[in-house]
Write a protein that binds this ligand. Structure first.
Ligand SMILES: NC(=O)c1ccc[n+]([C@@H]2O[C@H](COP(=O)([O-])OP(=O)(O)OC[C@H]3O[C@@H](n4cnc5c(N)ncnc54)[C@H](O)[C@@H]3O)[C@@H](O)[C@H]2O)c1
Length: 445
């Protein structure tokens, strides 16, 4: 019986675990399984990543190369672009991207491609788990029929589950093993076996009644975040209109030990998840005749933040009798969040683009990001790539305005305050002590 066979393979750590997509989600996951003693195979279409992983090098900040080296040296882990090796796997976990099309509809092509490869090399006795964030129904509407059409029977020949990934890149406190894992099977056996598998590498598994519940859970979590960040951004604008310091207000509100959770304003939202995932939910809801107004409103507010920041820059320069056109503007931090190198959907890109479209000379400093490229399809500025500048005294004092888009820990903000003439701080990177001793004109969100 498939359930019992897989369970005993998992208990004995003999189940071969395959992970498709070795990015921010897939690489940490496969390393956990490998370090736990499971034989593992990572499937990746990017040959450069395959090559460097097999040399023991990690391209993900949260995964130390020493761990990858250990896995490779143990002889139980390899990365490959040869999908025929999927037939060796007892478990296959899909961790490929789920972007949006230009129309903001879900782009399922990566999941479809992965499902197609699995189907091609499928054999009886495999458990397939989807981890990519997606709309409720993907696992049982897309993957299940795909495998069934190939002649495989659920619960007899294969098991199928969804388990959302909650990894928070750059968060040293919460990593794969101590983030509770939600699991939902398309059948009872599927959920049970998938739970058993994850229990070997995470401290807590929460089994839900279906794959759809697990899919919806992830979107609920990220929609919650997008909406609350939207509210924080709205509140920052309200506070600004009333002449109140929004950061002081939210700090005070956060002292309430119940019924309040602090979210902070910023230049917009970035990353592969928060700006995208709510669209997966609203798209699916629309198909069922429901229009999610909260999601639409949060998206409008959040995507409008780069324009708001560009307006703050314009006004701050204006007070110094300068225009955006012809000014040298230094952006500090271009990755979408603190202390990581991820540029996907980073609001700094829009801020730069808007300022360049208005004639500013924009330069940036971010030790995590050596080069910034622009997608010409969306670019209104000149679209030329930019390169990381060393944060010299000369750079700081030559800028007409410094815009803090992301507050990386490695930056000395006292020095920034000391040498700059105008600063727009979108992250509250400059604390009161630093601000008080500064002669710079400082504008905060
Ligand atoms: N990054 C995060 O913080 C995060 C957190 C939770 C959930 N997620 C979700 O996890 C999924 C993966 O995100 P990610 O951040 O790891 O993306 P990523 O771009 O970092 O990694 C995806 C990897 O899959 C590879 N790939 C693409 N198509 C493939 C194919 N057909 N076969 C094999 N490999 C393929 C890519 O080359 C890439 O290396 C997405 O659905 C995302 O929404 C991401």
């Amino acid at each position: 019986m498939i359930k019992n066979d897989l369970k005993s393979l998992i208990t004995d750590k003999n189940a071969c675990v395959g992970v498709i997509g070795l990015g921010y989600v897939g690489l940490p996951l496969i390393v956990e399984f490998s370090l736990e003693g499971f034989p593992t195979i990572g499937f990746e279409v990017d040959g450069t990543k395959v090559e460097s992983i097999n040399k023991g090098r990690s391209h993900i900040v949260d995964v130390p190369s020493s761990d990858v080296e250990k896995c490779i040296a143990g002889g139980k882990f390899e990365a490959t672009s040869d999908f025929s090796k999927l037939s060796k796997c007892d478990v296959v976990i899909i961790c490929v991207p789920t972007p949006l099309r230009k129309t903001k509809d879900p782009d399922m092509s990566f999941i479809l491609a992965s499902g197609g490869e699995i189907k091609k090399y499928m054999r009886k006795g495999q458990l397939v788990i989807l981890e990519s964030t997606t709309y409720p129904g993907t696992t049982d509407e897309i993957l299940q029929p795909m495998f069934e059409k190939a002649g495989f029977k659920l619960d007899v020949d294969f098991l199928l589950a969804f388990s959302p990934e909650r990894v928070d890149p750059g968060n040293p406190e919460f990593q794969t093993h101590n983030i509770p894992k939600v699991v939902g099977g398309v059948s009872k056996d599927s959920g049970e076996v998938a739970s058993e598998l994850y229990s070997t590498i995470v401290d807590e598994v929460h089994l839900v009644s279906s794959a759809r519940v697990a899919e919806a859970c992830k979107l609920w979590e990220n929609t919650f975040r997008a909406i609350n960040i939207g509210m924080a951004n709205e509140m920052a604008k309200v506070c600004s209109a009333l002449g109140i310091d929004s950061w002081e207000v939210v700090r005070a509100a956060a002292t309430k030990p119940f019924g309040f959770m602090a979210f902070y304003p910023g230049p917009g939202i970035g990353g592969h998840c928060i700006p995208l995932d709510p669209h997966y939910l609203s798209w699916k809801a629309r198909q069922h005749g429901f229009d999610s107004q909260f999601i639409t409103l949060a998206e409008q507010i959040n995507s409008g933040m780069p324009k708001y920041v560009a307006a703050l820059v314009r006004d701050a320069l204006n007070e110094n009798e300068k225009s955006v056109k012809g000014s040298k503007i230094l952006i500090l931090g271009v990755a979408y969040k603190k202390d990581i190198d991820d540029m996907r959907e980073s609001p700094a890109l829009s801020v730069i683009d808007l300022l360049r479209s208005r004639g500013a000379e924009v330069v940036y400093h971010d030790d995590f990001v050596e080069e910034v490229t622009f997608d010409h399809a969306y670019t209104i500025g000149d679209g030329e790539p930019l390169y990381n500048q060393e944060l010299t005294d000369e750079l700081l004092s030559s800028a007409d305005c410094v815009v803090i888009c992301t507050e990386h820990s490695g930056v000395d903000y006292s020095r920034v305050c000391e040498l700059s003439s105008v600063i727009v701080d979108t992250r509250n990177a400059l604390n009161e002590d630093i601000r008080n001793g500064s002669k710079a004109k400082i504008v905060r969100l």
